[in-house]
Design a protein around this ligand. Structure first.
Ligand code: LLP
Length: 418
């Protein structure tokens, strides 16, 4: 359920007609619905009612501070992968004891920052990282709470770039080596073992891979118990998919039901790290048709947003539904929707049947709330676009559009070159 619906052939976000927003702020822009964000978070969280859990929103999907603040106010924790995400999370009002830190390449300054702030736990991804965290905790006179991110060798049946729980992926430690890892961690003075973690991939549209992973984790949990290592937190990562077109991923309630079934007999606090399922369908990218043109074999619609604004179609051949913001007629065309970047891979849709778009028309690139703005760049010295949020009949700018001066903000010309 989301709040981007047509009324009299005009696309609205909640009660605001999108053309009104475009007229005021220009295009392109990201647009989020406050009610949808809230609804998605609460639906996911409440699906786990009855069990002890902490939903840690995965910041990488969307790190706008206003959106983070909303989730903090709803009781969310945070899944971070960098010092920057920790910084933003704290600024947004998350308490450190609800923050977990994953990622294969944590730097010393980032580890120190997290230790000083007192985060809930580090999800350790290698034995070398374990030793470094112990050393840093010793220097700072702290104890680091940790879990190991284990790699259960489960095929999540998703795009290879976003499958993370296979042996050949760089993530976590091999599940067969985990016992050794935990034994070593137990010897370390500045480490406290509290959890067991995995994350098998993203945009997963079946329940089975999650269940396979939990079954592996549970058997590891029991083995650890037998050697007197007691796990308090079981973190099963994120990864639940969303419908971009005709996929029908499990609903949060089905997902929660399956998980509850598997963990009901073990006394752990469950941690979840959802990203996309919360924000993906809560946001869209709005852009404008600049030109139409055709070659002998193709028809192109050139819009003012490109791969630097939304990289998912170029990077993963990801499908995003394209909707006209104003439905003018029922005629349809088959086109490539492309951006202004000088790369053939710069497209938002290929060979797509869309409404008969004309110069000046607005289009909505749906399901862009996750890994949309979060992955945008200044490629081709393009200005990063603004983000807006609608609540009821009001819209608010939650990030301003960059201006040309921003492009030079951190650049320097050395004296000798002047
Ligand atoms: N936890 C960890 C450790 C992760 O690596 C990720 C995502 C998540 C949680 C959240 O996963 P989600 O619930 O959003 O599936 N840029 C790609 C997705 C990369 C996902 C990376 N890790 C895309 O646009 O599809």
């Amino acid at each position: 359920m989301h709040h981007f619906q047509y009324q009299d052939n005009i696309l609205y976000c909640e009660n605001v007609p999108i053309p009104n927003i475009a007229a005021e702020v220009g295009t392109p822009f990201y647009l989020y619905s406050h009610a949808t964000l809230k609804h998605h978070f609460l639906t996911f969280d409440s699906a786990f009612d009855g069990i002890d859990r902490l939903v840690c929103f995965s910041v990488k999907a969307n790190n706008n501070i206003a959106i983070l603040k909303l989730f903090a106010s709803l009781g969310s924790g945070l899944d971070i992968v960098s010092g920057g995400e920790l910084y933003k999370g704290l600024k947004a009002g998350f308490s450190a004891d609800k923050i977990i830190y994953s990622g294969v390449g944590k730097r010393i300054d980032e580890i120190d920052f997290a230790l000083k702030m007192g985060i809930l736990m580090f999800n350790i991804e290698s034995m070398e990282e374990l030793e470094v965290i112990n050393e840093r905790a010793a220097i700072l006179n702290k104890k680091a709470s940790i879990s190991f991110r284990v790699n259960p060798d489960v095929d999540p049946k998703t795009h290879p770039y976003i499958s993370t729980g296979l042996k050949k992926n760089k993530f976590g430690i091999n599940i067969e080596k985990a016992i050794e890892g935990y034994k070593r961690a137990k010897e370390l003075q500045h480490i406290e073992i509290i959890g067991l973690d995995c994350h098998i991939g993203s945009q997963i549209t079946e329940i089975k891979p999650f269940e396979d992973a939990i079954i592996s984790l549970k058997s590891l949990y029991n083995e650890l118990k037998n050697i007197d290592i007691n796990i308090k937190y079981l973190d099963i990562g994120g990864g639940l998919g969303i419908p971009y077109s005709d996929e029908s991923p499990p609903l949060p309630s089905d997902y929660a039901k399956a998980i509850k079934q598997h963990i009901k007999d073990i006394p752990v606090k469950l941690i979840l790290e959802p990203g996309r399922v919360i924000v993906g369908n809560s946001g869209i990218l709005v852009c404008k048709v600049l030109y139409r043109k055709s070659s002998e074999v193709k028809e192109f619609v050139i819009v003012d947003a490109g791969m630097n604004d939304l990289i998912r179609p170029s990077l993963y051949k990801a499908y995003h539904e394209i909707k006209p913001v104003i439905k003018n007629n029922n005629k349809e065309i088959v086109v490539d929707i492309v951006g202004p970047i000088c790369e053939t891979g710069d497209f938002l849709a290929c060979d797509r049947k869309v409404a008969d778009l004309k110069k000046g028309d607005l289009i909505a690139v749906m399901s862009s709330g996750a890994y949309g703005y979060a992955m945008c760049s200044n490629y081709c010295a393009r200005l990063k676009l603004p983000e807006l949020i609608v609540s009821g009949n009001q819209f608010h700018v939650i990030r301003t559009r960059e201006i040309y001066e921003d492009l030079l903000k951190n650049e320097l010309i050395p004296q000798f070159m002047l």
